[in-house]
Design a protein around this ligand. Structure first.
Ligand code: MN
Length: 236
């Protein structure tokens, strides 16, 4: 399975099956042969996306082929990240219930377990109000998307206040790994906080040592989630 349109459709469905994407949110993949292009689905609920819904965009986030539907309104996020981060091959924007408590409070989203360390050393926080004032919170303008990309910096996850998160990866499998385990980490942290006890996040040293993703566990998780998708009869 190497066709990029098929991979993007699969990632949409997998991330929905694992509770990261619902009716909203989107995931893209940089073109394997053309770094100035990426693949993203048209505006459609992620579990319903098929390979035919995925179209090629340039880094201005303009489609380079006819689209079978309305374009994703927040597609500028993807182009901005691919332009600013040559090492990034895949991007996901989501509003998973697991991370929303950290988007609407001052409680920091910190890594609290080994897999949570894949967030990177620190999770950046971006607030649209800081530079753009009152908006409808959707990131639809190039300058807004560039601002999110600047906030991400060299990291892998940025929380968008009162909105959601943006996650990046050096491969599609790495992105999916980070997005799913990032939500698991957020859920564990929120539950512990709600229990009222003292929470001990990873130390600085532990964060540095867990941030680097290894290929074997990333591939293992991808296979596991694909199997779950297959059992649900949802593989595109
Ligand atoms: Mn959004």
């Amino acid at each position: 399975m190497t066709d990029p349109r098929h991979l993007v459709a699969t990632a949409n469905r997998l991330l929905n099956n694992e509770g990261v994407l619902d009716a909203f949110g989107h995931v893209s993949l940089r073109h394997p042969d053309r770094p100035d292009r990426y693949f993203l689905a048209v505006a459609k609920a992620p579990p319903l996306v098929g390979p035919q819904d995925v179209i090629e965009h340039d880094l201005d986030s303009e489609p380079v082929e006819p689209a079978p539907g309305r374009l994703c309104s927040e597609r500028v996020l993807h182009g901005a990240i691919y332009r600013s981060r040559p090492d990034v091959m895949a991007v996901c924007h989501h509003h998973a219930p697991a991370i929303m408590p950290f988007c609407i409070s001052d409680i920091p989203l910190e890594p609290v377990n080994q897999l949570g360390g894949t967030f990177g050393a620190a999770v950046a926080v971006w607030d649209s109000h800081d530079a753009f004032g009152d908006t409808n919170l959707l990131v639809t303008r190039q300058d807004e998307a560039d601002s999110v990309a600047a906030s991400l910096g060299a990291g892998w996850t940025v929380l968008m206040k009162r909105h959601g998160a943006l996650v990046a990866g050096r491969s599609l499998k790495e992105l999916v790994f980070r997005a799913v385990h990032g939500c698991d980490n957020a859920r564990a942290l929120a539950t512990a906080r709600a229990m009222g006890g003292h929470v001990s996040p990873l130390t600085e040293g532990e964060r540095a040592l867990t941030a680097e993703l290894r290929e074997a566990p990333v591939a293992r998780c991808w296979d596991y989630w694909i199997d779950r998708l297959d059992r649900a009869g949802r593989v595109p």
